[in-house]
Design a protein around this ligand. Structure first.
Ligand code: D41
Length: 679
């Protein structure tokens, strides 16, 4: 054997070994160690090597199996027709190639432009087959390796969305349907929260939760898992006729009581497919279930038959994947950033990696406890996740790939920016720099907060300008913003005449503000927008707030003893009072008014506390909040037993789950609109 061949042989064996290990973690333990994208790469590398050296292919290679082998604890089921797999494309170009091949094979020429596809999201769950005889469910099976699956009849029978008997009439004597069992995101989160509290195993993602739940030996355990199903095709059929188009078949299945995906649509030609991919991609995060792409199927069943399939995948269908949301990369360094309130946050500097559609080179580690819990070290290989618009985060370390000698990271004793001691109070997750406004980082961050949209709203005074102004000592306190002159501003990097003009105008305009914005802008610890607004309407003027005792402050809705103490602390600091006075001297002003309690009639929602979550369609969350406040209600950020209502829009996340757990009443958007009535 030649030397190079010997090298490839070793690589092939190493890959097989590694892939077998990951197969076991994934399929048997339901606990994967690496992201799917990484697994796919290993498989692709192995396939490529085996196709270059076909003589090295062995029957036990992971490439020689289409799916996971059934676990012996279940009876096995031979699929009457094989459960095929789906080819993947990752780009527009690859999709165009797929479409071109379809059009050529069907000899459609120009007409290919209008070829009808059935499109639907590609759910990330577990594929199953359901067999109905004379309308009754007789069998449920996993896909297994496509030929042989596991008998999971007893488990699928516990899924409420699976009809035990078909509705209506006209179903074939034997009807096998195929679909995807999944766990909706909110139920997954609620399930994990519960499991965590009970000290039980939590699942890495909804897909593992679905697959793992289906393979429970005790159907009672499966029944306790909140699973759902969408069916997407028909398998073996005998003793009956089905329509001639895929989309019509699904309509029929829907009439018979089987659930199909509400997002499915008929699209025309390649442009229709691309448009659908784009549309669903934008809504990916707000869909209530996890998806990893979309699937297109030639809609005409006669055309499907004439296209046939290659090895295990039909030629008439393809999955168009979204960029992976989890990838592997390495940690170049771990730094500590100092925020507005001095919070010292660990951040991982990463080897840049393309994930969730963008290149990521930093990821938050949240706080020191989180850093220690995940035990991230410099040089580590980590899984980074970026989903939607959230900040990328390090999910976990791949410990097997840790380099020798990597040391655990410790919290620095002094601030990396100003050198003041870093302290961590008993029972607090957050460590803080004690430098206060002597610390340039805290100064810059509090200024960014001060000028931000919901505070003084000075457009054009961005992070970079503030950093320049702070670094050069031109700005020390927020009051200095109002002492900037045109020459100073024009001299800053990247400032032209027009932008100077605009910024000067924005600064001037911001002087006219409201008490609640001003209070919020000051950045008193724990005083967010809601608290600032409650304080403003309770006192009506700043002097009252600055002079109020803690007892007087806790009278304000939403203000507890800890917040009251933080407010007192702020106004007890001479420096802060001085800054406030200077701001007013430099022209910042707001209307004062009689305290709300003295003049207002109680509103319809007086005494009621609301939490808003998810996206509403008729109004923004800010608008909803204003409406509630106008009616005398209160809006807070987190759900507790004191919450009266949780209003949830699209994709509510864990807050609704928490409300349900605490027995807090939940309102959907239309309930909410009914409650607040017309404006
Ligand atoms: O949502 C899905 N995961 C999905 C999977 C889907 N919407 N359609 C699918 N269609 C097929 C064919 C075209 C072969 C009937 C599939 C799958 N297959 C599939 N799921 C797992 C392996 C193959």
């Amino acid at each position: 054997m030649s030397d190079t061949r010997q090298v490839f042989r070793q690589r092939i064996e190493a890959l097989r070994e590694e892939i077998r290990h990951h197969n076991h973690r994934y399929h048997v333990l339901d606990d994967p160690e690496i992201p799917d994208a990484e697994y796919d790469r290993l498989m692709r590398e192995l396939r490529a090597l085996e196709s270059d050296y076909p003589e090295l292919v062995t029957a036990d290679s992971p490439t020689q199996r289409v799916g996971d082998a059934p676990v012996s604890a279940f009876g096995t089921v031979e699929h009457r027709l094989p459960m095929l797999s789906l080819g993947n494309v990752f780009s527009e170009e690859e999709l165009r190639d797929f479409h071109r091949r379809v059009v050529e094979r069907l000899e459609l020429a120009e007409a290919g432009e209008h070829l009808a596809y059935a499109a639907e999201p590609k759910l990330d769950g577990a594929a199953v087959s359901l067999t109905y005889v004379d309308g009754s469910l007789v069998r449920g099976a996993t896909r297994g390796d496509g030929t042989t699956g596991e008998d999971i009849t007893h488990n699928v029978r516990t899924i409420e969305a699976v009809p035990l008997k078909l509705l209506g009439r006209g179903h074939p004597a034997t009807l096998e349907v195929r679909g995807e069992v999944f766990m909706p995101k909110d139920r997954f989160e609620a399930y994990n929260e519960h499991a965590k509290a009970a000290g039980e195993k939590i699942f890495k993602n909804p897909r593992n939760a679905a697959a793992g739940s289906l393979r429970q030996l005790d159907p009672k355990l499966t029944a306790a898992r909140p699973l759902d199903i969408y069916v997407y095709s028909v398998g073996f059929v005998e003793g009956g006729e089905l329509p001639a188009q895929h989309s019509e078949v699904l309509d029929r299945l829907q009439e018979w009581g089987l659930k199909t995906c509400p997002e499915r649509a008929a699209v025309e030609g390649i442009e229709g497919c691309l448009d659908y991919h784009d549309r669903i991609g934008r809504r990916r995060d707000s869909l209530p279930y996890e998806i990893d792409g979309v699937v297109y199927k030639v809609n005409d069943l006669e055309m499907q038959r004439s296209l046939g399939f290659v090895s295990w995948a039909p030629r008439w269908a393809v999955a168009h994947k979204f960029p992976a949301q989890e990838e592997l990369t390495t940690v170049r360094g771990i730094e500590f950033q100092v925020g507005r309130t001095g919070a010292v946050t660990p951040v991982a500097r990463l080897e840049p990696v393309f994930v969730g559609g963008v290149t990521v080179s930093n990821a938050t580690l949240h706080n020191i406890d989180e850093l220690h819990r995940k035990d991230v070290r410099v040089g580590d290989t980590v899984i980074v996740r970026r989903a939607g618009d959230v900040i990328p985060e390090v999910v976990a370390v791949v410990e097997k790939r840790r380099l020798k000698g990597a040391k655990p990271v410790r919290l620095p004793k002094t601030c990396p920016v100003c050198g003041s001691p870093v302290v961590r109070e008993e029972g607090e997750a957050v460590a803080r720099c004690t430098g206060g406004l002597h610390c340039a980082a805290q100064r810059a961050e509090s200024l960014k907060h001060f000028v931000s949209r919901k505070a003084m709203d000075i457009e054009g005074l961005g992070a970079e300008l503030i950093e320049q102004l702070v670094a050069s000592g031109q700005i020390e306190t927020p009051a200095d913003v109002y002492a900037l002159d045109r020459e100073q501003v024009a001299a800053l990097e990247r400032m032209g005449e027009k932008s100077t003009e605009n910024l000067m105008k924005a600064i001037e305009a911001s002087k006219e503000t409201t008490l609640q914005r001003f209070l919020y802008a000051l950045g008193v610890r724990l005083v967010g927008e809601a608290t600032a607004s409650a304080l403003a309407s309770h006192f009506g003027n700043l002097d009252g707030i600055a002079a109020a005792s803690e007892e007087a402050l806790v009278e304000v809705p939403d203000v507890g003893p800890v917040v009251a103490a933080a407010i007192r602390h702020f106004f007890a600091e001479k420096h802060n009072v001085e800054v406030v006075r200077t701001l007013q001297e430099r022209g910042v002003h707001w209307p004062t008014f009689e305290p709300a309690t003295a003049k207002e009639e109680p509103g319809a929602l007086t005494g009621k506390t609301f939490v808003l979550t998810g996206t509403l369609s008729a109004m923004t969350r800010d608008e909803a909040k204003s409406r509630i406040q106008e009616l005398g209600g209160k809006v807070t950020g987190s759900v507790s037993k004191k919450t009266d209502f949780v209003v949830h829009g699209d994709r509510p996340g864990s807050k609704r789950a928490k409300a349900e757990k605490l027995g807090v009443e939940t309102l959907n958007e239309s309930d909410f609109l009914d409650l607040i009535g017309p404006e």
